[in-house]
Design a protein around this ligand. Structure first.
Ligand SMILES: C[S@@+](CC[C@H](N)C(=O)[O-])C[C@H]1O[C@@H](n2cnc3c(N)ncnc32)[C@H](O)[C@@H]1O
Length: 380
């Protein structure tokens, strides 16, 4: 089976590594996606265990077309019976960029008709379309004359881990957070501290990683569970094997925030993620915080300034720079923020920078090495 794991901009390489570890084959990174091969068991495992994928599509067919009739005829010939039956419902989600179609909704209608006709011809009955809550979600991607038809095995995106009870003012996407942790090089064996933890996403994703808890463990639903070929026993076996690797927490994961509300939201989410008692949170201004020892990773996303005056935000980032320099010797700090200006105000030279997006906001993830003693920050 050929699969397409969709992800966020900038996470293609970390997702590639993760898929290798999960047993994927023929892995090819693409734009906001990684293509790979495997069997049904791998599909279940990746849905259950991937931290950096948004959804996993099963590729059904790739072909070229010269007309709308080509799209209809090829779709009609596909054997849809392994996932759909006449009692199932389905919908078609389209991404179309082609001169062959003036109206982007039209190719979706052609595919719906072809699937309905496929079943009518073979069984005399046809599955119905349900755009709100379909059993099978089909993705149609057309770029010029090249078409990919795939089935979404995830449906509810994988960043919806199921643990978020308290929303927070500006929470990071869970997939982006796991990607940031992987880009930082943190491997779950060093202490980790988020001094501006908000609703706790970084701490929770770190806790799940360090304890090898599958990110899908609290999810109530995966798209493949409504397919005709759903193998309950196989999925249950996958879960048992993956859950069997869960360990306790052998490192310190801690957080802080200046806002009382954020602290209580973080605690609520940590408890809901099954990590209660493992992560400590303090009500604290970052300027008063100190490192917990050399080798500690600080990973945080300070406010970007949308709701704060420019002058205050400049001061905040200057304070961050000076606190990092004086209070965290021997630590590594990773900061995700919007645009170049805040990074300049920190006043330290990042060792490495990555371009990422937080929703539609263009961001920089900057990594710093904070040297001990009199040794100055070094640019490499
Ligand atoms: C963008 S939010 C972090 C969101 C968080 N990563 C999440 O996923 O929910 C920034 C947080 O920084 C906190 N903050 C702002 N200034 C601070 C300071 N001086 N010390 C500690 N926390 C601060 C805010 O209260 C806010 O919760």
């Amino acid at each position: 089976m050929r699969f397409i794991a969709k992800t966020l901009y900038g996470l293609e390489n970390v997702l590639t590594e993760e898929l290798k570890e999960l047993g994927a084959e023929d892995i090819k990174p693409a734009n906001r996606a990684v293509l790979f091969s495997g069997d049904l068991e791998l599909l279940y495992r990746v849905n259950y265990c991937s931290r950096c994928a948004l959804s996993i599509l099963v590729s059904v067919d790739d072909f070229r077309i010269r007309s709308k009739d080509d799209l209809y005829n090829r779709t009609l010939k596909i054997d849809w019976s392994s996932v759909l039956n006449p009692d199932s419902t389905f919908s078609v989600v389209t991404v179309v960029n082609s001169k062959l179609f003036v109206h982007t909704g039209y190719p979706g209608l052609i595919v719906k008709d072809a699937i309905a006709d496929h079943f009518r011809k073979n069984t005399g009955r046809r599955p119905s379309v349900d755009t709100n809550d379909p059993d099978v979600m089909i993705n149609l991607h057309i770029s010029n004359d090249s078409v990919n038809l795939s089935i979404d095995s995830t449906v509810v995106p994988l960043f919806k881990r199921g643990y978020r009870k308290a929303q927070g003012a500006a929470p990071l996407n869970e997939v982006l957070t796991a990607g940031i942790l992987k880009l930082s090089g943190w491997d779950g064996t060093s202490p980790l501290y988020d001094p501006m933890c908000g609703s706790g996403t970084i701490l929770i994703e770190a806790g799940l990683m360090a304890c090898h808890i599958p990110p899908g463990r609290s999810r109530p639903f995966f798209g493949f569970s409504r397919w005709k070929n759903y193998d309950v026993e196989l999925f249950s076996k996958v879960k048992t094997v993956c859950d069997g690797r869960i360990t306790g927490l052998n490192i310190s994961i801690s957080g802080g925030d200046i806002s009382e509300q954020a602290v209580s939201q973080a605690i609520e989410n940590i408890n809901s993620a099954g990590l209660s008692g493992k992560i400590t949170i303090e009500l604290q201004d970052f300027k008063d915080a100190h490192g917990h020892g050399a080798g500690e990773y600080l990973v945080f996303n300070p406010p970007y300034g949308q709701r704060i005056k420019a002058e205050e935000i400049e001061n905040l980032y200057r304070t961050i720079g000076s606190s990092l320099k004086h209070n965290f010797p021997g630590c590594k700090a990773w900061i995700i923020t919007a645009g170049k200006e805040p990074i300049k105000n920190i006043g330290l030279k990042p060792k490495v920078k990555y371009a990422l997006y937080n929703g539609s906001i263009e961001c920089i993830l900057a990594g710093y090495e904070l040297y001990q003693g009199t040794r100055k920050l070094r640019a490499e």
